[in-house]
Write a protein that binds this ligand. Sequence first.
Ligand code: COA
Length: 435
Amino acid sequence: MTNFSELYRSKLTTADALALRVEDGWTLGMDAALAQTPGIISAIAERAKKDELHGVKVQTLLDVYPFAFYADSSLSGKLNGVSWFSSGGARKAVNEGYADFIPSYYRDIPKLIRSFYEYDAFCVSVSPMDKHGYFSLAATSSYSEAMRSKAKRVFLEVNKYQPRAVCGTQIHISQVDALIENDQSLPVLPPAKLDEVSITIGNLIAEQIPDGACIQLGIGAIPDATGMALKAKHDLGIHTEMFTDSMVELIQCGAVNNSKKQIHRGKSVTTFAYGSQRIYDYIDDNPAIELLPVDYVNDPNVICQNDNMISINAALEVDLWGQVCAESVGTKHMSGSGGQIDYVRGACQSKGGKSFIAFSSTAKGGTISKIKPILTPGAVCTTSKNDVDYIVTEYGLAHLRGQSLAERARQLIAIAHPDFRDELSFEAKKRGIMI
Ligand code: COA
């Protein structure tokens, strides 16, 4: 019988020694959030800073560490980041032209990886090995298995603080080429500030959610405020891309029990978790949460199998046709599409389902309306006019699905900030929209 501990010791090395194995021109891959390997990447970045490496690329998504390849433009040409989502540090690097971005639906990333990419190494952070020789990929399943299957080598960063997801992706010591130990405390997402606007919007959405519904919440103050407004509901379920703090709150206060779900009854389903230590403690050794690959979790044909599926996501602007931009401010890149469309479609296909795109009516201290006659030139259309369902601001809800252009314009103008309604009506008439 194989002695897994011996195998582990034979593969154990230091970050510096592991970084020495990296060669010019390599492509490395990492998954999202807690799956990322700060120790390994820092050691590789040190080599790049000393001019010892050239043409190395690292693919990432939703970065939770200040990686040098996004923070330091002087590494360009030596060590560059390529993001599948491009938030946080990657946003700045992509806008300044020293990092690249791959547009995609989140659900498609595993397929795109299998179709188009090869990796010299897949780097992933894991919880300590169990007695059978397995490591849990902690709080992320996402596209790890696809990336591992296309990688020549697997480099692990073992961290005793990583939660062990019992229903999540695992990797076996026999599949690993080298590993380091780095017991670094886990990054946490600072809680979003719930201001009056987000609380108002959260309450408006909560009124539309029946007991027994299944929910997805995106990142940010409005999804969090909606979560808080759901505490008085009963028998809710969770099927979501990102597992958040407000979801743990809903589980622990008894509003969520997953008892009415049509699939994965009794379990919360997600593809990654990121937030406070409370989330990581909840996931650890807990069979009530399943962390599954994103090509399954975010597939609209899977999402819609739960009745009364409710999705809640954010956006930057919407035009009078109902075209939603959640990825750029004009030509300034802000993020990828993530799972927004996956959940809009999944929720709308679900029996009794609804999708909400919510945002404050204005930006920049009330000087800019987020409801616009046309999208700002250069803006990326994330959710199309044909997919959009509800738009919500602090002034109310607009239900656009199936509605005519004139009705869309009328409803959207009614939930715009009062300071901009006359101008929007004028522009709508000018464009021949009957209102
Ligand atoms: N015009 C001009 N500026 C605008 C604007 C608009 N219409 N809307 C927002 N801004 C500004 C904000 O004022 C803010 O500026 P600041 O950085 O100077 O404060 C900045 O743009 C970011 O806006 P914010 O509302 O804080 O957005 P965010 O950084 O939280 O990101 C999304 C929001 C929409 C880009 C992002 O969260 C997102 O959802 N992306 C799509 C993916 C998705 O939906 N995933 C869901 C599944 S988990």
